[in-house]
Design a protein around this ligand. Structure first.
Ligand SMILES: *[C@@H]1O[C@H](CO)[C@@H](O)[C@H](O)[C@H]1NC(C)=O
Ligand SMILES: *[C@@H]1O[C@H](CO)[C@@H](O)[C@H](O)[C@H]1NC(C)=O
Length: 270
């Protein structure tokens, strides 16, 4: 009984000490990017029992995309010091095999314990890495000045409202003006750079909801990355297909949204 209590207490202690510094998280991201650029997973600072998944499928880290050399033209990362995790978006447009890769890393005390990547390439939802690169580079996701930063709860609520509104059009989404969405390579802000072009209508019913949400939240950059399973878009994946939404929030309002969605059938059969 005492032993069990001690186990529970030490479990809590581990959770509490999971708070990470930005420097630690930045080092983990740097090692991830180095590993991906070199196609050498051993350059990633790995925890002993690392788990690695691509598009929701557990994969041998030495056999996946991380073991292929990928030219990284641009990347943007956010750091979650509360959850000890990171979210990185890679645009690999000039690679012989163009990709957009969104990756969540979860750290434990001895390194990266979990890598979850959503990996899009030709045939995935409106995929165009060239266009993705051009727009992603143009956007400003600078640090938000201290005193103007939103809380984790507000940033997360903005992301949740956006995803929830697909199922229930009555959900109020805090879109900003302007707001632009980069969906695959399609950019809503191209024609309407000063307006809110992010608004999404409710999807046709029945819509299961974008579930299995996994969040990375960075208050300093006002951003949230949400890995989720997106139903409806690919009829062959009614339970949802691997997808990410990566949002920048300023003053409680959504400024940018990036969506990367993997299709089981070419362009999700559309
Ligand atoms: C091993 O991985 C599991 C699941 O990711 C995690 O809960 C556990 O804390 C890890 N153990 C160590 C020693 O890192
Ligand atoms: C991808 O986007 C670029 C830049 O906008 C464009 O020039 C190119 O035609 C697009 N490719 C496809 C296959 O649509």
């Amino acid at each position: 009984m005492i032993f069990q209590t001690l186990m529970v207490l030490s479990g809590l202690a581990v959770q509490t000490s999971a708070v990470c510094s930005r420097a630690t998280l930045q080092d983990a991201v740097a090692s991830y990017l180095k590993a991906q650029a070199a196609g050498n997973p051993s350059l990633l600072v790995q925890a002993k029992n690392i788990s690695y998944a691509e598009n929701d499928v557990k994969t041998d880290i030495t056999k996946g995309v991380l073991s292929q050399v990928v030219t990284i033209d641009f990347s943007r990362s956010i750091l979650d010091t509360t959850e000890c995790s990171t979210f990185t978006e890679i645009s690999a447009a000039t690679d012989k095999h163009p990709y957009v890769i969104d990756t969540r890393l979860i750290l434990s005390s001895d390194g990266v314990a979990s890598v979850q990547s959503v990996i899009a390439d030709s045939g995935d939802w409106v995929f165009n890495a060239t266009s993705h690169l051009a727009w992603a580079k143009k956007e400003k996701w600078d640090p938000i000045p201290e005193g103007k930063r939103d809380s984790r709860a507000i940033i997360r609520a903005a992301g949740d409202a956006y995803l929830d509104s697909w199922k229930d059009g009555k959900v109020k989404v805090p879109y900003g003006t302007p707001c632009a969405r980069l969906e695959g390579g399609a950019y809503t802000g191209e024609r309407n750079p000063t307006s809110n072009s992010c608004k999404m209508p409710e999807f046709p019913k029945p819509f299961a909801g974008a579930n299995n949400r996994r969040y990375v939240i960075d208050e300093e950059l006002g951003a949230v990355g949400i890995l989720n399973d997106f139903p409806f878009i690919d009829a062959t994946r009614p339970e949802g297909t691997p997808s990410t939404n990566f949002l920048r929030v300023e003053g409680g309002e959504i400024r940018y949204i990036h969506e990367t969605t993997v299709c089981a059938t070419r362009n999700c059969g559309r």
